[in-house]
Design a protein around this ligand. Structure first.
Ligand code: SF4
Length: 376
């Protein structure tokens, strides 16, 4: 599991916080777990190694944000805009925010939030029925692309059917409490949540047993390092069948291009990476439209075949990699005839193809052809 903890410290707000390990960890290291401070990892998602590849790279798994605090705690209001900008900038990563402070979210969203950034999942943590009934109705009304419920530590059997019925909840995760003097978790509670998820075709995950786990009226004390594997052994996770298998229109053309030794050998220079970083995904996309409209889309191109330089702009490189550098290549690899002006739909396709290659390139640390698997 990968995480990004831009700030440390929290305050307990409900029953689930009683034995919060974050709090204990902070007390151990700094003496006061309630003092909220930025960490040395504050800038981690935008930091790069010497070879210019991001330090924070995740192939298939999401990045958990603020596991040593609550992302929406008041003390962090002054830093949160920076974090929103990071989410926008690192579109190649999937971020998951777990919070108990859902009532603060609406006032904390950035101006450009709209229906929610595609790469941000909100996970509402609710440990018992009372907190579930307080928090989940708020969660349902919030604009997020993906919303989940987390019962961890699960403190009792919880009814969530009326919330699952809304179709707004994508997944539910359950787990026990871990530590020394912790509360019990019953397998029956976990199974009851699973039943509700199955009934409404919602993804379900049993994450870990906790330290005191009761199954068939018998209590098991389970070591921390075995709690996840014991939960996995129960083999009760449920993933609904997807109507969409996650393929994109670019998978097939990119796979074909990857077979060319020339195209698959292309790499961005440090200057091109720095330029991409400076302009951001949206800025590069706008420039891609300009380049494609000027050099590729016209009906007649005097120097067709030689109009795209080998380097100097990330899009020039991606054009060669994706066989969209001239109309001859486009006709051959993408079945768009030359000799006529490209339609807006065709221009959009070529731009999106290039942006997809760049997105994969940064996601996979230099391989623009490998598919990005769904992280869930
Ligand atoms: S809100 Fe979360 S991080 Fe904060 S004290 Fe409670 S359990 Fe710990």
């Amino acid at each position: 599991m990968m995480d990004w903890n831009p700030w440390h410290g929290c305050r307990k707000i409900s029953e689930g916080c009683l034995n919060c390990t974050v709090f204990g960890r902070n007390e151990r290291y700094r003496g006061d777990g309630t003092r909220v401070e930025t960490t040395k990892d504050f800038h981690l998602p935008v930091m790069r190694r010497k070879n210019m590849v991001f330090k924070l790279v995740s192939l298939d798994n999401p990045i958990y944000v603020c596991l040593t605090s609550d992302f929406f705690i008041e003390d962090a209001d002054k830093w949160r805009d920076y974090a929103w900008n990071i989410f926008r900038y690192r579109k190649d990563l999937q971020f998951r925010i777990i919070t108990k402070r859902v009532e603060r979210i609406e006032q904390c969203l950035p101006k450009n939030w709209g229906p929610g950034y595609m790469n941000v999942t909100l996970v509402c943590s609710c440990e018992n029925q009372k907190r579930t009934d307080e928090r989940v109705p708020i969660l349902l009304d919030l604009p997020f692309q993906r919303k989940e419920i987390l019962h961890e530590p699960m403190l009792e059997s919880i009814e969530i059917e009326r919330y699952l019925e809304s179709g707004e909840i994508a997944a539910v995760t359950c787990g026990g409490e871990y530590g020394k003097d912790v509360r019990i978790c019953k397998y029956d509670w976990i199974l009851h949540t699973r039943e509700q998820c199955l009934k409404h075709n919602v993804e379900f995950r049993f994450k870990q047993t906790g330290s005191k786990f009761i199954k068939n009226k018998r209590m098991y004390r389970i070591e921390r390092n075995l709690q996840e594997s014991q939960a996995q052994k129960a083999n009760i996770d449920f993933v609904p069948e997807k109507e969409d298998d996650g393929t994109t229109p670019f998978d097939s053309p990119l796979l074909q291009c990857s077979k060319s030794p020339y195209r698959s050998s292309l790499r961005l220079s440090q200057e091109e990476i720095a330029y991409y970083e400076k302009r951001g995904f949206d800025g590069i996309r706008r420039e891609a439209f300009d380049i494609i409209r000027a050099n590729i889309a016209p009906a007649y191109i005097k120097n067709d075949g030689r109009q795209t330089p080998d380097s100097g702009h990330p899009i020039y490189v991606s054009q060669h990699a994706t066989a969209s550098c001239c109309r001859k290549c486009i006709q051959k690899h993408h079945q768009i005839p030359s000799g006529r002006k490209m339609t807006e739909t065709e221009v959009n396709y070529i731009v999106d193809l290039n942006m997809e290659w760049l997105k994969r390139y940064f996601f996979h640390g230099g391989n623009g052809f490998k598919r990005i698997k769904e992280p869930y």
